[in-house]
Design a protein around this ligand. Structure first.
Ligand code: KIV
Ligand code: ZN
Length: 390
C-alpha cells in the first residue's frame, strides 16, 4: 500500500459535544473524559470554551495541567478578552492551541454579527495575530463556511493563514452541505487559496441531515487533514461527526481513502460508554460501531456464515473497538448450527436426536417470545434431557 496520509483527530466532545441539550458535564467528569481521550490517542482535545463560564475555564485549566499526550485547545470568539481567557486557562499545558472563530456567511454577518464582510475579515486577521502573540498553534474557523460566498471565504482563509493560522477549520455549522458539494468546497480552497498548503485544512460537520460523517469523508478525499468530531456524535441539535465512525471508516477502508488516523481503536468502546454514562445520553442500539447491535447477529443465515468464517458477515473485528466478541442473538431466525454452538458454550453436548428435540422447542418458544435468554435455553435442554431419561 502507498504511504497513508495521517488525518488529525480533533475531539470536541467537551466543547461542541457538551452543547447537546442535557449533556453538560462537571469539571471532574470532563477531566475523566479527557483522560480517556488521551488513551484513545486523539491529536487535539478541545477542552471547552474558557471565557464562557468559570466551570468551563476550570475544566480547560485542569485538563491543560493534568492530561498528557494530545494538544489541549480552548475555543474563543474573535474577541481579545476571549483569547486572553483561553490563554490563561491553557498556559499550563506543554502543547496548546487557541481556536478562534467568526462567521463568514452573509446570513450570520447581517443578522447576528451586524458586520460588513470587510470588518469581519479585518477582525479575523487581528484576532489570529492576537492569539499568535500567545501561542504558535492557532486555528481559525470561518463559521457557517458552507453557506458563505466561496470567493469571500477564500479571501478570508488566505488572510488568516497569512496572519499565522496553522489550521483553518471549515464548519458546516448547520449541517446543510452534501458530500459532493462539501468535497468540492475543500477542493476549491486547495486550488484557489494561494497559501492554502501552508495550513492544515480541517472540517467540522454537523449532522442535521445525517451527513456529517459522509461530508467529512468527502473532505478527506479532497485533501482535508483534520476532522473535528465527538464521541457518539453528540453535539448541538442532531450532533457532530461521530469520532468512532470516522475513525473506523478510515481504518476499515484505508486503502480506498489513502488515509488513516493514529487513534488506538481498542479504546473506542470504553470512551463511548464513559460519555454515555456521564451525559446520560443513551447510544441507540443500531448506532454504527458502538451500538449494542453493531456486532450482534440475529439471522440464521448470517450466524451460520459467521460460525464458518467471521469475514462472511463482519467487516471489522469486534476486538478492534474493544469488544470481547460479536454476539449471536438467539431468536426465531437462528439456525440449528448456531443453536448447537450456543448450547456448547453453555456446557451442553447433545446427541443429534436430543438436539433435534430441543431445537424444535426452541423454535416454538422463539415464535412467542421476543428475547430468548440463557435461562430459556437451559430450561429447554434440562426438560428435554429429563424427558429422555424417563
Ligand atoms: O459548528 C460550528 O461552526 C462551530 C464553530 C465554533 C467551529 O462549532
Ligand atoms: Zn459546531
Amino acid at each position: 500500500m502507498d504511504s497513508l496520509r495521517m488525518i488529525r483527530i480533533f475531539d470536541t466532545t467537551l466543547r461542541d459535544g457538551e452543547q447537546s441539550p442535557g449533556a453538560s458535564m462537571n469539571v471532574e467528569e470532563k477531566v475523566m473524559v479527557a483522560k480517556q481521550l488521551a488513551r484513545l490517542g486523539v491529536d487535539v482535545i478541545e477542552a471547552g470554551f474558557a471565557y464562557s463560564s468559570p466551570g468551563d475555564f476550570e475544566a480547560v485549566r485542569r485538563i491543560a495541567n493534568e492530561v498528557e499526550g494530545p494538544t489541549i485547545c480552548s475555543l474563543a470568539r474573535a474577541r481579545p478578552e476571549d483569547i486572553d481567557r483561553a490563554w490563561e486557562a491553557l498556559k499550563g499545558a506543554p502543547k496548546v492551541r487557541i481556536h478562534t472563530f467568526l462567521s463568514t456567511s452573509d446570513i450570520h454577518l447581517k443578522h447576528q454579527f451586524r458586520m460588513t464582510r470587510a470588518e469581519a475579515k479585518r477582525r479575523a486577521v487581528e484576532m489570529v495575530h492576537h492569539a499568535r502573540s500567545y501561542v504558535e498553534d492557532v486555528e481559525f474557523s470561518p463559521m457557517d463556511a458552507s453557506r458563505s460566498d466561496p470567493e469571500y471565504l477564500y479571501e478570508v482563509i488566505e488572510a488568516v493563514i497569512a496572519a499565522g493560522a496553522g489550521t483553518v477549520n471549515i464548519p458546516d455549522t448547520v449541517g446543510y452541505a452534501v458530500p459532493w458539494e462539501f468535497g468540492g468546497l475543500i477542493r476549491g480552497i486547495r486550488e484557489r487559496v494561494p497559501n492554502s498548503a501552508q495550513a492544515v485544512i480541517s472540517v467540522h460537520c454537523h449532522n442535521d441531515l445525517g451527513l456529517a460523517v459522509a461530508n467529512s469523508l468527502a473532505a478527506i478525499l479532497e485533501g482535508a487533514g483534520q476532522v473535528e468530531c465527538t464521541i457518539n456524535g453528540i453535539g448541538e441539535r442532531a450532533g457532530n461527526t461521530s469520532l468512532e465512525e470516522i475513525v473506523m471508516g478510515l481504518r476499515t477502508r484505508r486503502a480506498f481513502y489513502g488515509a488513516d488516523t493514529r487513534v488506538n481503536t481498542e479504546e473506542i468502546l470504553k470512551a463511548s460508554r464513559l460519555v454515555s454514562k456521564i451525559t446520560g445520553m443513551i447510544v441507540q442500539p443500531n448506532k454504527a460501531i458502538v451500538g449494542a447491535n453493531a456486532f450482534a447477529h440475529a439471522s440464521g443465515i448470517h450466524q451460520d456464515g459467521l460460525l464458518k468464517d467471521k469475514t462472511t458477515y463482519e467487516i471489522m473485528r469486534p476486538e478492534s473497538i474493544g469488544l470481547v466478541d460479536s454476539k449471536m442473538v438467539m431468536g426465531k431466525l437462528s439456525g440449528r448450527h448456531a443453536f448447537r454452538q450456543r448450547l456448547e458454550e453453555l456446557g451442553y453436548r447433545l446427541s443429534d436426536e436430543e438436539l433435534n428435540q430441543a431445537f424444535e422447542r426452541f423454535k416454538r418458544l422463539a415464535d412467542q417470545k421476543k428475547d430468548i435468554y440463557e435461562e430459556d435455553l437451559e430450561s429447554i435442554v434440562s426438560d428435554e434431557l429429563a424427558k429422555i431419561a424417563e
